[in-house]
Design a protein around this ligand. Structure first.
Ligand code: GLN
Length: 506
């Protein structure tokens, strides 16, 4: 029998449609996989106890001749930042331990309506603050390529689940790189859609002007299939774009023919320093560019002089917005309340926030309230917003000359657990190439470009496109994916050593 967990979502969907496999069988195979390896990987915070029921319902409906969507019956992992009515939603924080939402996030509701089968909720840095998933209040997630290494963050759980074959599809959220950087370090595909392209309703807010929900998968086509399910206008989200979107799965299929690379102008940022990038990351990036060039793409040097100030601007804008968004966790409205006998309501609030929030969350609340305080607003928050505008202009100028911009998705391969946890600045610098897209609202994709020579760990290449041109990323991503797959002969993830061929994680 085929190993159901190794199929891509597209392959699984076609077997489900033909009746060769049932959703119950596919779901059971993934639950078995989770039971076998998640003790080591810890991708999940919660595993659904009714996934099989949902799957059986899909099977029944299919048997009854109901017209189901293209991915009906395929299992899905959901980042715990997205609220769900039938499973707790904690956003990786103690302050929301056991919290049950009265409604589903729009992306979750759409996933259910499309017949996807929620397997559970995945681990993440607390309130999506981090690049390693070590800031989760519930313990770190481990990278399936090497269990002593980080799976990226904040969506390390979703990326690890997909990389460890615990789920074919996962939902993530990307405020500064939390979909793309985990994809980079786990050898998976991650997409941050255009700002407003996917609803944020029910995504527990980190920084509302930067947050976007997106797909985490093993192939570009799978990401397109999931994006088609979750994307499009949502009246519940006032920043949701109203236009109709093309099918991203169709774009991926078109891209896989490779024609799109002919004459494609790929911009490479001249100011991006070579220093700070691990040698194997730079080599893999250059090799991917060369592979594209061999297919007729043109590599064009472009200037984006303000790109390098992205991290600095982001770490003022994000904490400012986060400090405001997290004010609602006040011991009264949601989750945890720590009583202070004889204390005032302020005492209860202070104690609850002290106990309920972790160190990184407190650090950012302090940073944010400082940057927004009367005397410093112009100097910090105001200046950061100006830099944001300059970065947007850099993109506008660049996209007048090129079709897509390419960068390595992150500066290094997966680092060791514990290596950067005590050095916030080092942690923040992981997102140097991903953050500008969030500041400008443009879409980005990370796809595996190969393994770094020095450590054998996965490397990702990121493509960025103008706002609303997400389909272009699927075409280009799928084209390069096809070229690289030809070179490798088998998917990169087949080489992940810590997983074994079929068995346990070690
Ligand atoms: N690593 C970044 C941060 O810590 C990105 C977070 C995110 O995209 N949610 O803010």
């Amino acid at each position: 029998m085929t190993d159901l967990i190794r199929l891509t979502a597209a392959e699984l969907a076609s077997r489900l449609a033909s009746g060769e496999v049932s959703s119950v069988e596919a779901t059971q195979a993934h639950l078995d996989r989770i039971a076998a390896v998640d003790g080591d990987v810890h991708a999940f915070l919660h595993v659904s106890d009714h996934a099989l029921e949902v799957a059986a319902d899909i099977d029944r409906r299919r048997a009854a001749g109901e017209q189901l969507g293209p991915v009906a019956g395929v299992p899905l992992a959901i980042k715990d930042v997205l609220v769900t009515t039938d499973m707790p939603s904690t956003s990786g924080s103690r302050i929301l331990e056991g919290f049950l939402s009265p409604y589903d996030a729009t992306v979750v509701a759409r996933s259910r309506a499309a017949g996807l089968v929620p397997l559970g909720k995945t681990n993440m840095d607390e309130f999506a603050m981090g690049s390693s998933t070590e800031h989760s209040a519930y313990g770190a997630t481990h990278n399936p390529w090497d269990l002593d290494r980080i799976p990226g963050g904040s969506g390390g759980g979703s990326a690890a689940a997909v990389a460890a074959f615990e789920a074919p599809l996962a939902l993530g959220s990307d405020t500064g790189g939390s979909i793309r950087q985990p994809a980079h370090v786990t050898g998976t595909v991650g997409v941050k859609p255009t700002y407003g392209g996917v609803s944020r309703y029910g995504a527990i807010a980190l920084a509302s002007s930067l947050d976007q929900v997106g797909p985490v998968t093993r192939t570009v086509l799978d990401a397109g299939l999931l994006h088609d399910v979750i994307g499009g206008h949502d009246p519940h989200d006032s920043t949701s774009l109203t236009e109709a979107w093309p099918s991203f799965a169709a774009a991926a299929r078109e891209g896989a023919t490779g024609q799109v690379l002919k004459g494609l102008k790929v911009g490479v940022i001249s100011e991006l320093p070579d220093s700070g990038f691990q040698a194997g990351v730079s080599e893999s990036f250059r090799a991917a560019l060369a592979a594209m060039e061999a297919q007729g793409a043109e590599i064009v040097e472009i200037s984006a002089p303000h790109f390098e100030y992205g991290v600095a601007a982001y770490y003022l804008i994000l904490p400012a917005e986060a400090s405001s968004n997290l004010a609602k966790f006040d011991s009264v409205r949601f989750g945890l309340r720590v009583d202070v006998p004889g204390g005032t309501v302020e005492d209860v609030m202070a104690k609850t926030r002290d106990v309920g929030f972790g160190e990184e969350v407190k650090r950012r609340i302090i940073l944010g309230t400082y940057a927004l305080s009367a005397g410093y607003y112009d100097a910090y928050y105001g200046s950061a917003q100006k830099v944001r505008t300059l970065i947007q202009r850099d993109f506008d100028e660049a996209f007048a000359k090129v079709d897509v911009i390419a960068t390595p998705s992150a500066p290094t391969t997966a680092f060791k657990l514990g290596e950067k946890i005590d050095d916030p600045l080092q942690m923040y610098l992981n997102d140097v190439t991903t953050i500008p897209a969030n500041l400008a609202g443009v879409p980005g994709i990370s796809i595996p470009s190969g393994l770094a020579a020095e450590d054998g760990l996965p490397v990702g290449i990121q493509f960025l496109a103008p706002a609303r041109e997400d389909a272009r990323l699927y075409r280009v991503g799928a084209a390069l994916e096809a070229v690289l797959l030809d070179q490798w002969g088998a998917p990169l993830l087949d080489r992940a050593p810590a997983l074994g061929a079929n068995g346990g994680a070690r």
